[in-house]
Design a binder for this molecule. Structure first.
Ligand SMILES: Nc1nc2c(ncn2[C@@H]2O[C@H](COP(=O)(O)OP(=O)(O)OP(=O)(O)O)[C@@H](O)[C@H]2O)c(=O)[nH]1
Ligand SMILES: [Mg+2]
Length: 240
């Protein structure tokens, strides 16, 4: 079992000259954060890099905060600058899996920075906002980026976020399901506000990694898309 004692438990990496502030106190964007004094002592068996990607405003940072801290960032929207990460160790069938979760800036001007991180990612959570058709229409372009820059065996999960918003919904759940099927990726609707399916999205990624690492040659492959279809909740998500 590995020990995280000597590594940075969280950090900010930014290569831009933007003068904007970082997101919700997640570190000043202009400063490469120094190794944290409060190092994690958490032990783990496996570690996995997960990236949150998608248009600006779809809820990537909120999804990470919900998963990491169990809270929702309401109020005024502060767009992420550059790229930032947080670690969380979760347990899958008795094994401790460290998820290193990279929160990227959705704004176009940061695209070249975030691209540089794709090739190290084991899993990509690709978000759109169910109340914003444009963010959904851009998913094909995001998938093309993934195809170009990410590892071939990267796990991709399409997430329709903000499914708690009923009135302003512009996309039906079926729209997301259809697109995911076309590209052969896992899909579910999520809400960083209510927490719906948030834990599942990250746990499915952790499980996939663990299964890949521990699978014996004669055992069937773990299918993450089937797994989330069985486990996901659809009750609060109305398809208008
Ligand atoms: N109702 C609702 N609002 C959400 C949800 N997730 C995020 N929001 C709101 O959407 C806005 C944008 O959220 P962020 O998480 O900052 O968006 P982002 O994808 O990180 O944006 P960039 O950092 O610019 O790429 C904020 O005002 C959030 O409060 C959700 O699940 N439901
Ligand atoms: Mg953000």
């Amino acid at each position: 079992m590995k020990n995280d004692r000597n590594s940075v438990s969280n950090g900010t990496v930014v290569k831009s000259n933007s003068g904007m502030n970082g997101h919700h106190g997640y570190g000043h964007p202009m400063i490469q954060r120094q190794p944290s004094r409060q190092c994690s002592t958490e032990m783990y068996d496996l570690s996995c890099k997960v990236m949150l990607i998608g248009d600006s405003g779809v809820g990537k940072t909120c999804l990470l905060v919900r998963f990491k801290d169990g809270t929702f960032l309401s109020g005024s929207f502060i767009s992420t600058v550059g790229i930032d990460f947080r670690n969380k160790v979760v347990e899958v069938d008795g094994a401790k899996v460290k998820l290193q979760i990279w929160d990227t800036a959705g704004q176009e001007r940061f695209r070249s920075i975030t691209r540089a991180y794709y090739r190290d990612a084991n899993a990509l959570l690709l978000l759109y906002d169910v109340t914003n058709k444009n963010s959904f229409d851009n998913i094909r372009a995001w998938l093309a980026e993934i195809n170009e820059y990410a590892q071939e065996d990267v796990v991709i999960m399409l997430l329709g976020n903000k499914c708690d918003v009923a009135g302003e919904r512009q996309l039906r759940r079926e729209d997301g399901e259809r697109l995911a099927k076309e590209y052969g990726v896992a899909f579910m609707e999520t809400s960083a506000k209510t927490g719906m399916n948030v834990e599942l999205a990250f746990m499915a990624v952790a499980r996939d990694l663990k299964m890949k690492k521990t699978r014996k040659p004669n055992e069937p492959q773990f299918n993450v898309a089937d797994y989330v279809d069985q486990e996901k909740s659809t009750s609060q998500c109305c398809s208008s």
